[in-house]
Design a protein around this ligand. Structure first.
Ligand code: NAD
Ligand code: 0WE
Length: 257
């Protein structure tokens, strides 16, 4: 029997079969969870519906996490399928592309700072705020995705690093606020993976290679590996863990070279 049998998971952030959110959804399904997906917009809807089919799910809802009314609508629509659920996965980040290159100080603006924090950090709390009543009384869990740029100044990651630092603090404050309601909140900090969010990032290929050369495991990580840890963190196997940032990065975060 799978370790997520009888659990229902809402997964926000699938855009392709390479998305980290898809790796998490596939691992959760394998372990017995029922899955619902969201798509950011109309344009992604058909693609996400196809991926949902492979996860034996017919629930795909549209949700732009930059809109409070879109977030409310997602839970109202989910009520038509489920009388409650156990898990929310947040696997979303966005900063204006021009913010992710060159000097941090040259590229940061009041506008891109606010936008990056809104979509990449605040939206996790927004989902919790709108969704938590449906998770009451059921050993719930929430999960988000972070990156090492939260705690180190990584070249070109720039304003996204500030947003990930806010997201990691958000995990701890959310864990403290939601613990008394039986909801755990954790993050996986993943090593670099070639996904749509990595497409067009300057020197991403070199970065993957550089990490693989020095990481203790001497390789990069996969969405399947991130998915397995994400599924574990959201399961009752992790019932004593909350507010944690768990690295799935082949050990790169703790070495010096
Ligand atoms: P991805 O492009 O597959 O996923 C990003 C998702 O964010 C997409 O599904 C996109 O539709 C969604 N999104 C962006 N803006 C949105 C909005 N306003 N409303 C709703 N959805 C929105 O890329 P990914 O690499 O799977 O990224 C998922 C998460 O993993 C992100 O938080 C990212 O920071 C994190 N992460 C990625 C890597 C990596 O190297 N790929 C490493 C560590 C952490
Ligand atoms: O979190 C991320 C990337 C998130 C992201 C990606 C994009 C590309 C398209 C946020 N906003 C945008 N905006 C766009 O217009 N990662 C962890 C992957 C990543 O991105 C980097 C990295 C790594 C790793 C950017 C610079 C340096 C390293």
């Amino acid at each position: 029997m799978g370790f997520l049998q009888h659990k229902r998971a809402l997964i926000v952030g699938v855009a392709s079969n390479r998305s980290i959110a898809y790796g998490i959804a596939a691992a959760m399904r394998r372990e017995g969870a029922e899955i619902a997906l969201t798509a950011q917009n109309e344009k992604l809807m058909a693609r996400v519906q196809k991926l949902a089919g492979g996860l034996e799910s017919e629930i795909v809802l549209e949700c732009d996490v930059g809109s409070d009314s879109a977030i409310e609508t997602v839970f109202d629509n989910l009520d038509k399928h489920w009388d409650g659920f156990d898990i929310i996965v947040h696997s979303v980040a966005h900063a204006p592309r021009e913010a992710l290159e060159g000097s941090y100080i040259d590229s940061v603006t009041r506008e891109n700072f606010a936008a990056a924090n809104d979509i990449s950090a605040y939206s996790f709390a927004a989902l919790a705020k709108a969704g938590k009543s449906r998770m009451a009384g059921r050993d719930g869990a929430m999960l988000t995705l972070s990156y090492l740029g939260a705690v180190r100044a990584v070249p070109n990651y720039n304003v996204m690093g500030i947003a990930k630092a806010a997201l990691e603090a958000n995990v701890r404050y959310m864990a403290n606020a939601l613990g008394p309601e039986g909801i755990r909140v954790n993050a996986v900090s993943a090593g670099p993976i070639r996904t749509l969010a990595a497409a067009g990032i300057a020197n991403f290929r070199e970065m993957l290679k550089g990490v693989a050369e020095v990481a203790p495991l001497r390789r990069n990580v996969t969405i399947e590996e991130v998915g397995n840890v994400g599924a574990f963190l959201c399961s009752d196997l992790a019932s004593g863990m909350t507010g944690e940032i768990t690295y799935v990065d082949a050990g790169y975060n703790f070495i010096s070279h």
